[in-house]
Ligand binder design. Structure first.
Ligand code: HEC
Ligand code: HEC
Length: 386
C-alpha cells in the first residue's frame, strides 16, 4: 500500500509538471495536490470516523475486492453498517473508476438520464457522494456533521488537513465537512482506483493475446449477446484503437428486470419492499413513473471481484448473470405442454414496468458461448500488468 501511495504522489507530480502552469508557485501547488491525495486516503481508511468507531469507507470498498465489499456470506449479501444488524438494501458497488462517471444530468437529445453516483444517481458527483456515508445510519452512523469534523480535529492527520485547506479550515463545520469530501474525491480520482492494467488493457496495448475462449467471448459480447448496447466500448460504431480505455458503460439507466432478492435482509423483513431505482431520485425533471425500476449501467471492470450482482445482489456468480441475460424470456423454460410459465425460469421481476426487452432476454447463446462470455469478463480484472 505504501509503495502505491508513493506512485500516486509521483504520478501526480508528473501530471502537474506537464499540465499545470496556472499557479504562481508551482512547487507549492504540487505539494498541496499530493498532500490532498494522501489526506483523502487517510480519511478513506480511518475506521475512527464512524459512530461508534470501527468502520471506514475502505471496509466496504476494499482495494483487494475491486473497491467493492468482499463477499462475507451469501446469507448476508448486502453491507452491514457499523451498528450491528443495520443493513442497507444495496451492496457496496465498486468505487473504482467512479471518478469517470459524469455528473447526473438529463440528456435532451437522447431524452434520458445519464451519470451520477449511486445506482440511482442520487448523488450528483463524488464530492456530494462522500458526504453521505458518514451520516447514514446503516453505514457510519454519525448523527451530525460536527461529530465527523470533531473526529478529524483530533485525528493524527489534522495538521495535514490544515496544511491543505488553511490554518482555520477545521473551524467552520460546514466548510470543513465539504473539504473532507473534497479530499476523499481527490483520492478516488487517482490511478489507484483506475489503473487500467487488466489483461484486456494489455490486449489493447498489444502485449497480451486473448485465449480462444476470451477472444470468442469478446466477439459474442460485442455482437450476438448485444452487451455493448449498454456496456459500451466506444461511442457509435467506432472500433477500439491502441490507447483506448473503455469503461464498459454509457452511464445510462435501464430496467433489466432483476428479480427481488429474498436473502437480502431488507427484502426478507419487508416482503412488499420494492427498490424503484432511478424513480426515487429527487432530481428528476420528467415523468417519474417512466424511470421506475431503472438502475445505472455499471462498469464491468473488476466485475470478477465484485460479486454478488445487480443492485440487490440477487445473483451470486457471473455464470448466473450471463444465463439470466440469455434465458430471461426464453420459451424452453416455460411449463410443460405450453402451460402457464413459471415466469420463465426466473423469479418474478422486482419492477415489471419499463423493462428492456429489445436487447436481452432470449439471446440463443449455447452453453459454450455463455462460458466464453464469462471468460471474457474475467479479463477485465486489474493487476495483470503494472
Ligand atoms: C457499510 C458499507 C459502506 C460504507 C462504510 C461506505 N460505503 Fe460507499 N457504498 C456503499 C453502498 C451500499 C453503496 C451503494 C448505494 C446505492 O447505490 O444506493 C455505496 C456507494 C458508493 C459510491 C458510488 C459508486 C457508484 O458507482 O455509484 C462511492 C464512490 C462510495 N460508496 C464511496 C464511499 C466513501 C467515500 C465512503 C466513506 C465516506 C463510503 N463509501 C462508505 C456501502 C458503503
Ligand atoms: C439494456 C442495457 C443492458 C444490456 C444490453 C446489458 N446490460 Fe449488463 N447491466 C445493465 C444494468 C442496468 C445493470 C445493473 C442492474 C441492476 O443493478 O439491477 C447491469 C449489470 C450487469 C452485471 C452486474 C454488475 C454488478 O456489479 O452487479 C453484469 C456482470 C452485466 N451487466 C453483464 C452484462 C453482459 C455480459 C451483457 C450481455 C449479455 C449485458 N450485461 C447486457 C444493463 C445492460
Amino acid at each position: 500500500m505504501r509503495s502505491s501511495i508513493k506512485t500516486i504522489i509521483a504520478l501526480t507530480i508528473i501530471v502537474l509538471l506537464s499540465g499545470c502552469s496556472g499557479s504562481d508557485d508551482p512547487d507549492q501547488a504540487i505539494d498541496i495536490a499530493a498532500l490532498k491525495i494522501s489526506l483523502g486516503q487517510a480519511i478513506f481508511e480511518d475506521a475512527g470516523l464512524s459512530e461508534p468507531a470501527g468502520q471506514a469507507c475502505a471496509d466496504c470498498h476494499q482495494a483487494s475486492a475491486g473497491f467493492a465489499e468482499p463477499t462475507v456470506s451469501s446469507a448476508t449479501p448486502v453491507s452491514e453498517g457499523v451498528v450491528s444488524g443495520q443493513f442497507g438494501n444495496r451492496n457496496a458497488p465498486t468505487a473504482a473508476y467512479a471518478s469517470f462517471t459524469p455528473e447526473f444530468h438529463y440528456d435532451n437529445f437522447e431524452r434520458e438520464y445519464i451519470g451520477g453516483q449511486f445506482v440511482d444517481g442520487c448523488a450528483t458527483n463524488l464530492v456530494t457522494q462522500a458526504k453521505g456515508p458518514f451520516l447514514n445510519p446503516v453505514e457510519m452512523a454519525n448523527t451530525s456533521e460536527i461529530m465527523v469534523v470533531e473526529k478529524i480535529r483530533s485525528a493524527s492527520y489534522a495538521s495535514i488537513f490544515r496544511q491543505v485547506y488553511g490554518a482555520d479550515s477545521l473551524e467552520d463545520v460546514g466548510e470543513a465537512y465539504n473539504n473532507i469530501a473534497d479530499a476523499i474525491a481527490a483520492f478516488e480520482a487517482t490511478e489507484l482506483f483506475s489503473p487500467f492494467n487488466s489483461r484486456f488493457d494489455a490486449y489493447l496495448a498489444g502485449s497480451y493475446t486473448l485465449t480462444t475462449e476470451e477472444a470468442n467471448g469478446f466477439d459474442i459480447f460485442k455482437n450476438k449477446a448485444l452487451c455493448t448496447e449498454c456496456h459500451v466500448l466506444k461511442e457509435g460504431t467506432q472500433l477500439l484503437q491502441l490507447g483506448d480505455q473503455p469503461l464498459f458503460t454509457n452511464f445510462t439507466y435501464s430496467n433489466i428486470s432483476a428479480p427481488k432478492n429474498p436473502d437480502n435482509p431488507v427484502y426478507g423483513a419487508n416482503p412488499g419492499f420494492i427498490d424503484i431505482g432511478l424513480a426515487a431520485n429527487p432530481n428528476l425533471s420528467t415523468t417519474v413513473s417512466l424511470e421506475k425500476g431503472k438502475f445505472r449501467v455499471p462498469t464491468l471492470r473488476n466485475v470478477e471481484l465484485t460479486a454478488p450482482y445487480f443492485h440487490n445482489d440477487v445473483l451470486q456468480i457471473l455464470e448466473e448473470v450471463v444465463s439470466f441475460y440469455n434465458t430471461r424470456d426464453a420459451d424452453q423454460c416455460w411449463g410443460a405442454m405450453g402451460e402457464i410459465p413459471l415466469v420463465n425460469c426466473w423469479p418474478e421481476y422486482e419492477v415489471s414496468e419499463n423493462v428492456d426487452i429489445a436487447s436481452m432476454g432470449d439471446l440463443l447463446l449455447t452453453t459454450q458461448e455463455e462460458a466464453d462470455l464469462v471468460a471474457f469478463m474475467k479479463t477485465l480484472t486489474d493487476g495483470y500488468s503494472n
